[in-house]
Structures are given as structure tokens and as C-alpha cells.
Design a protein around this ligand. Structure first.
Ligand code: NAD
Ligand code: ZN
Length: 354
């Protein structure tokens, strides 16, 4: 199955299927790139070495460490210098094979190298397949702030192969489901129902359901990105769960994946919306019951809550002191609000503990 993303400067296809890696060399040949360089997630390289080496077929490649702690300037530099050493030029292509961390750094490397060369994304986690590989946001973290250095840079093509998911840890599957659930809450109530009815089949990685959920998610994301590529308006809704979520994600002593943090963020931001009288108790309960299957928020201490709020304030979406947040307004709909107060955030943690 294939989907097209239509943007003013670039149109590209997203191919979704099982066992589709063989199509990569054909695509690369058709495009006539002068040279190819692969950057591969270390775990993916270990687990899928044989089929990857078949695709790479003697081209240059670099294996990088992953996880949020590796989304760094030094990794970016390592990739860029490997690209120089590999002799890439303006007509070359960088192929990123890995999760969202690999995809985000490589997208940025491609944007920077010689002021921009082609990139192909081969996402290997559920999260990167349903979200980060589509839409052209690229970034690294710096000075404890998530995604503070980055660029909008669209790939030439995205290959989503569900076979990769078979080696993913349960926690990482649930992380992807966090972003999937978000699409329901922000744009489509029917999708909330679909997910509630089929969650177990998706958790069990049944192909038919995986393909369906990935296709729908990518379709939602592509439509939003097409309307507002640079996030000046509607694209903001994709940040539901991400403000408080990022605050938790940046906690040093909390072991949490990105999608788990988003699930936690959706619960807490849902509580803020309820406390404001924006949504009903029933709908809040629905958000909570779906998201707590993804991540169970611990009782944070007052001290930890202060750190989370401090992290939240550093979110780059904020201008000055006012905290911007995307909050639910009805089932399957959200809106962006300026001026959410620190007290409201503190209060949502208190409500959760009770
Ligand atoms: P990740 O890239 O760190 O991958 C998670 C873990 O899974 C890593 O340990 C990785 O080695 C391993 N892994 C990857 N593929 C595997 C496979 N097939 N089998 C077994 N293990 C595998 O993290 P992620 O969850 O994929 O992505 C999170 C990142 O994505 C965050 O940094 C987040 O900010 C970013 N993100 C970006 C966007 C965007 O629009 N650009 C959107 C959402 C999230
Ligand atoms: Zn996200």
C-alpha cells in the first residue's frame, strides 16, 4: 500500500507493507543518486543484519547508538563526518534505518550536509512508523531541551516494513500505541473506538491490524502536515500530550519511552481540560482508561513535579511565561490554548494522585 504526501516544495510517497525492503535498491537506482550512505540503529543492525547487508550491498554505512540519550550533537557530527569520509556529494542520498532517534538525527544530517541532500526514511519502531518518519521534522536535543536544534526537511521516500516490528520489545510497541491513540483523540472519534476494539490484536502484532492502523495513522499525519507543514496552525494539534509529556520524558530518574510519556501527558492534559470544564467526566475516564494501558503514571513527589514543570516551561513551543498546550475540547477534538498556568499543571498531578 502506498500513500502520497503533497507539499508545496516536495511530493513524496510512503510505502507500507510486509517484506518490502527489496524495493529500496530499486527505488535508489531509479532515482539515479550519485552515492548512497546508510545510518543504522545498532539494535536493528544486530537483529536484522542479514537482510540489511543484502540491501546495503557493499555501500558505506554507519551504525549508531539509540535511545533519547543518543539524540546528540556529537552523534550528528559523527554522521556528518562519516558522510564526508564516504565522499558523498550533492546528488547523494542518506538512508536512515532505525527508530525515531535515528530518523530525527539523520533527517537533520541530510538537511545540513552540503545545505541539503536527499534522505530516505526506513523507520523500524512502531512509533517511528506511525509518526516520526512522516512530516519532515528533524532534530537533536541540546542542553537538556528536547528537539531544540532542528529543521523541517522532507524525505524523498519512506519505506515502512512491518516485519521490523516483530523484534521490538513490548514497551516499544506500547510506545507506538501512545502516538496512535493520540490520532483518535485529536481528529477522529471513530478511531478511538477502532483502537479500543482492536488494541489486543495490535499488541499481538497481527499483520492485518498492524497494516490497517499504520496506514490510518500515517494518513492522518500526512493530511495534517499537508495543511500546515511548518506548524503555524493546525499541525500544533499533534502536540497533544507532548507538553507535560516532554516534562516527564526529560526526568533523569524516570525510565519512560516517548510514547509512554505522551500517554502520561494525554492523561494529565486531559485532567487540565476537565478541571477547566472543557470535557466531561466520562470522556476524561475514556482517555485515562486507554492511556493507562500504555503507561501508569507513578505518584511524583512535589520536588519531582517542580522539575517536570520546569522542563515543560523549556518546551520550545512556549513564548515567554505563558505555557501553550493542546487540550481536548470534545471526543476526538482538541484545540491549542495559550496561558495555561503553573498552578493548573500542579493541580492535575494532585488530581491524578487522588
Ligand atoms: P528509538 O529510536 O530510540 O528506538 C527505541 C528503541 O528501539 C531503541 O533502543 C532502538 O535501538 C530499538 N529498536 C528500533 N527498531 C527496533 C526493532 N525493529 N527491533 C528491536 N529494537 C528496535 O526511539 P523511538 O521510540 O523510535 O523514537 C523516539 C524519538 O522520536 C524521540 O526522540 C522523539 O522525540 C522522536 N519523535 C519525532 C517525531 C517527528 O515528527 N520527527 C515524532 C514523534 C517522535
Ligand atoms: Zn511524539
Amino acid at each position: 500500500k502506498s500513500l502520497r504526501v503533497n507539499l508545496p516544495d516536495r511530493t513524496y510517497d510512503i510505502e507500507i507493507g510486509s517484506n518490502i525492503l527489496g524495493n529500496i535498491p530499486a527505488f535508489i537506482n531509479d532515482k539515479g543518486y550519485s552515492n548512497r550512505f546508510y545510518v543504522i540503529d545498532n539494535n536493528v543492525y544486530d537483529l536484522h543484519r542479514e537482510k540489511l547487508e543484502e540491501i546495503i550491498a557493499g555501500d558505506g554505512f554507519l551504525v549508531i547508538g539509540t535511545g533519547e540519550e543518543n539524540k546528540t550533537f556529537s552523534n550528528l557530527e559523527k554522521i556528518l563526518s562519516s558522510m564526508v569520509e564516504a565522499g558523498l556529494d550533492r546528488k547523494s542520498v542518506l538512508v536512515a534505518v532505525g527508530g525515531g532517534v535515528t530518523g530525527d538525527i539523520c533527517g537533520l544530517a541530510a538537511a545540513l550536509f552540503m545545505r541539503g541532500i536527499s534522505a530516505v526514511q526506513v523507520p523500524t519502531t512502531l512509533l517511528s512508523q506511525v509518526d516520526s518518519s512522516v512530516g519532515g521534522k528533524t532534530a537533536i536535543n541540546l542542553s537538556g531541551i528536547k528537539n531544540i536544534v532542528g529543521a523541517f526537511y522532507q524525505p524523498d521516500k519512506v519505506f515502512i516494513d512491518i516485519d521490523f516490528l516483530k523484534t521490538l520489545e513490548k514497551k516499544e510497541i506500547m510506545s507506538g500505541i501512545g502516538e496512535i491513540a493520540k490520532y483518535g483523540f485529536i481528529v477522529d472519534e471513530d478511531y478511538i473506538d477502532y483502537l479500543q476494539n482492536n488494541l489486543e490484536r495490535i499488541e499481538k502484532l497481527e499483520d492485518e491490524y498492524l497494516l490497517e492502523i499504520i496506514f490510518k495513522s500515517v494518513d492522518f499525519k500526512a493530511q495534517i502536515v499537508e495543511k500546515d507543514e511548518k506548524e503555524s496552525s493546525i499541525r500544533k494539534i499533534l502536540n497533544f500530550g507532548h507538553t507535560v509529556g516532554h516534562g516527564i520524558e526529560l526526568m533523569k530518574n524516570v525510565d519512560i519511552t516517548h510514547g509512554e510519556a505522551v500517554a502520561a501527558g494525554m492523561i494529565l492534559e486531559g485532567i487540565i481540560a476537565f478541571n477547566r470544564g472543557n470535557i466531561s467526566k466520562e470522556y476524561l475516564q475514556e482517555i485515562i482508561s486507554l492511556c493507562r494501558r500504555i503507561y501508569l503514571i507513578p505518584d511524583f513527589t512535589e520536588y519531582e513535579i517542580d522539575i517536570i514543570i520546569e522542563n515543560t516551561k523549556h518546551d520550545k513551543k512556549n513564548v515567554g511565561d505563558s505555557i501553550n498546550m493542546v487540550l481536548p475540547v470534545s471526543r476526538g477534538a482538541v484545540e491549542s490554548f495559550d496561558g495555561v498556568t503553573i498552578d493548573e499543571i500542579k493541580e492535575c498531578f494532585r488530581s491524578w494522585s487522588n
